[in-house]
Design a protein around this ligand. Structure first.
Ligand code: CP
Length: 305
């Protein structure tokens, strides 16, 4: 429960009480977004993979709380190109900052950085493994749109094999008695180890290839991009890339308050004609990144308790 100096690497590092605490502080931040509680603190953002929302919302969060930022969004301009290891990079950068936010293309990279650095390290996405702060903003968004997190019917659709956001979110939702519907092509099913965990925890779930089978049952449709960059063979990506394109005319049977979420970026999973419907919630979801990341940074730096 005490967050000060803690690393945030995996959603599994957070208890249910931890998750509820972050949500509570985020609601406070939402009401009072500009403060000076991190004056004198510096956050380093080390992004070894492309990002728009995660990096910029972390930086916006730090600035709105009075802190400073340094870092890079393009590793090609760093000494990594000269062969410097991730271990050495984070060991050295910790001397320049109070908290490190890292995104890396390798699973486990954030954990390695956390072992190297004494300042708190926050995982902003490691390969197809975890993206815990995205999960926190997803939970915040679910609660905001539905008035609760517990007992909801949630579909996850698209690339459930490589999509790290669905892996983290499934684990977190398991604490809140969901009914889950996994909708994907056969080649991109939710990994076996996650299905095994769900069975062990007695979480209700089913698998589908057609989103229309579940449309009238769900409170949330969580769409994801097919992760082209993670396919070992691009021919396999070509086979599945346009499997799911959500259009307005597919939403007729949906519950009145069914909301569509997407971690973004979207490529063509959601047609633009959905944007003006009452179901579209993905841009609000992206906006929720700021209060959630403000909460997480201020907790690990001890400015919130
Ligand atoms: N949702 C998300 O992680 O977006 P970015 O890749 O743009 O950071």
């Amino acid at each position: 429960m005490n967050f000060k100096k803690r690393d945030i690497i995996s959603i599994e590092d957070l208890s249910k009480d931890d998750i509820l605490k972050i949500l509570k502080v985020a609601k406070k931040m939402e009401k009072n977004p500009v403060q000076n509680i991190l004056k004198g603190k510096i956050m380093a953002t080390l992004f070894f993979e492309p990002s728009t929302r995660t990096r910029l919302s972390f930086e916006s969060s730090m600035k709105r709380l009075g802190g400073e930022i340094l870092g890079f969004g393009n590793p090609k301009i760093t000494s990594v190109t000269k062969g410097e290891t991730l271990w050495d990079t984070t060991k050295m950068i910790q001397a320049y900052c109070d908290v490190i936010v890292i995104r890396h293309y390798l699973e486990g990279a954030a954990r390695l950085s956390a072992e190297s650095a004494d300042v708190p390290v926050i995982n902003a996405g490691d390969g197809s493994n975890q993206h815990p702060t995205q999960t926190m903003l997803d939970l915040f968004t679910i609660e905001q749109s539905q008035g609760k997190i517990k007992d909801l019917h949630i579909a996850m659709c698209g690339d459930l094999k490589y999509g790290r956001t669905v892996h983290s979110l499934t684990k977190a939702l398991s604490l809140f008695n969901p009914t889950l519907y996994f909708v994907s092509p056969d080649t991109l099913r939710i990994p076996g180890y996650i299905r095994h965990e769900l069975r062990t925890k007695k979480i209700k779930f089913s698998e589908h290839t057609d989103i229309n089978e579940v449309m009238n049952k769900i409170d949330i449709l969580y769409a994801t991009r097919i992760q082209k960059e993670r396919f070992p063979d691009l021919a396999d990506y070509e086979k599945v890339k346009n499997t799911y394109i959500l259009k307005k005319n597919m939403l007729g049977g949906a519950k009145d308050n069914m909301k569509i979420m997407h971690p973004l970026p979207r490529v063509n999973e959601i047609d633009n004609d959905v944007d003006d419907t009452k179901h579209a919630y993905y841009f609000q979801q992206a906006a929720n990144a700021v209060p959630i990341r403000q909460a997480i940074i201020s907790l690990v730096l001890g400015a919130e308790k």
